[in-house]
Ligand binder design. Structure first.
Ligand SMILES: [Zn+2]
Length: 410
């Protein structure tokens, strides 16, 4: 590109600068200038355009050095057209110590090719728009209330962003109670997470995405967006638990769990509904309880695999979610986790023999019921008949009548 062939209307104009305000002077006058700017917006009733620009090197200035000292840039305020095509009167500005532009009542005319747009940072300038990063209108911190532009973020927002993951979440608790009603057994839910059979790897996905409601749902908050699993209804919390893609499988799990937990006064413990599907709550109509820790782990692991499917479809719109796969993988992972307790018990028993003390599996068996039981000799793990069927379905274990390669559509 040959720059000399371009017309250079500003070259013959000498640009003069005067001293800007000192920081102290500027802070004294800042209140006034702010008010002035705000009045302008009210008067015109329109979105105020920012009329400040930097002097650019013409339409192609890519070959300019990467780092430009802001002090050495020339800034101006755009004023009336001159009558010549694409030419404007401009008022030169100085840049204050705090990055504010101050018009100096020195007037020039300039071709609009040499107007380089500026990006504001707060009330000052950040630099030429094509060079600034991060752009304040495009970036903000996660978890800041109201998604404030980054240049308006203060200590308060940064604190909230940093502590978002550590807060015990009163917001999510309130939100769930608003939807499911009061009386959610939070303590029992928390105990299943912290003292249950699962590891962080098993439960954190459900914990963050469902319990803390961090799952990204396209149709949340009044927006309209079809569910990425069934394409039939709006993708939000009202829909997710009853989305037909997953619901069929949840119903089978619920039926199975009702076979494992003895009914109370003839009433089944688990009902199909958001209380159970989201939070694992049972006996919801009388005194709400949570699943025993053994089954709470299954509940969390199922969510982990559902969330993984939802994530895959969010990354690739052509991906077809497979509920069958998600539930199969969940059952396989779950039974593997439960089985790991047998090895742990065997080690504990070996240690007890070595150190000559009595060993029993009461503690672990209490946690495992009603899903499984480990005999005191630690020879094998006995599964509840329902779980025995899950094992076969998941292809996780040899079975007399069903081979592990069996892939059921269930
Ligand atoms: Zn759906």
């Amino acid at each position: 590109m040959n720059k000399s062939s371009k017309k250079t209307p500003q070259n013959n104009k000498k640009i003069e600068f005067v001293r800007g305000q000192t920081l102290e002077e500027e802070m004294r006058t800042e209140g006034e200038t702010t008010e002035e700017a705000e009045t302008t917006v009210e008067d015109t009733g329109a979105i105020q355009r920012w009329h400040y620009y930097a002097l650019g090197g013409g339409p192609d200035e890519e070959d300019q050095p990467e780092h430009i000292d802001k002090e050495e840039e020339s800034y101006f305020r755009m004023d009336e057209p001159t009558g010549q095509e694409n030419e404007r009167h401009v008022e030169l500005c100085t840049i204050s110590p705090r990055g504010h532009l101050i018009p100096r009542e020195i007037w020039k005319t300039l071709h609009t090719d040499y107007f380089a747009p500026l990006t504001k940072w707060g009330k000052g300038i950040m630099g030429k728009t094509n060079r600034v990063y991060p752009h304040p209108n495009q970036w903000t911190f996660e978890n800041t209330p109201g998604r404030k532009p980054i240049d308006q973020i203060g200590v308060n927002e940064i604190y909230r962003a940093l502590t978002a993951t550590k807060r015990t979440a009163p917001n999510c608790m309130q939100n769930w109670e608003k939807r499911l009603g009061p009386g959610i057994p939070w303590r029992a839910i928390a105990e299943n997470v912290t003292k249950g059979l699962g590891t962080n790897r098993d439960t954190s996905s459900w914990f963050k995405n469902i319990l803390h409601r961090a799952l990204y749902l396209k149709g949340k908050g009044g927006q309209k967006a079809a569910c990425s699993a069934c394409y039939q209804e709006n993708e939000d919390w009202i829909h997710l638990w009853r989305c037909p893609i997953w619901a069929r499988h949840w119903e089978i799990i619920i039926e199975d769990i009702n076979k494992m937990l003895p009914p109370i006064q003839g009433t089944e413990r688990v009902k199909v509904g958001p209380d159970f599907i989201y939070l694992g709550i049972i006996d919801e109509d009388t005194t709400p309880h949570v699943l025993p820790s053994s089954l709470a782990l299954l509940h969390a692991i199922i969510w982990k695999y559902i969330i993984m499917e939802l994530y895959k479809v969010s990354q690739n719109e052509y991906y077809k979610v497979s509920a069958n796969e998600a539930f199969r993988k969940a059952l396989r992972r779950y039974t593997t986790r439960i089985r790991a307790n047998l090895r742990k018990a065997q080690k504990a028993r070996a240690r007890s023999i070595h150190q000559e003390y009595d060993h029993n599996n009461d503690l672990i068996n209490k946690k495992l019921q009603p899903v499984a039981h480990i005999d005191d000799e630690c020879e094998e793990i006995e599964w509840h008949p329902v779980v025995h069927r899950w094992l076969a379905l998941a292809g996780a274990e040899e079975h007399d009548t069903i081979t592990p390669t069996f892939t059921p559509e269930w």
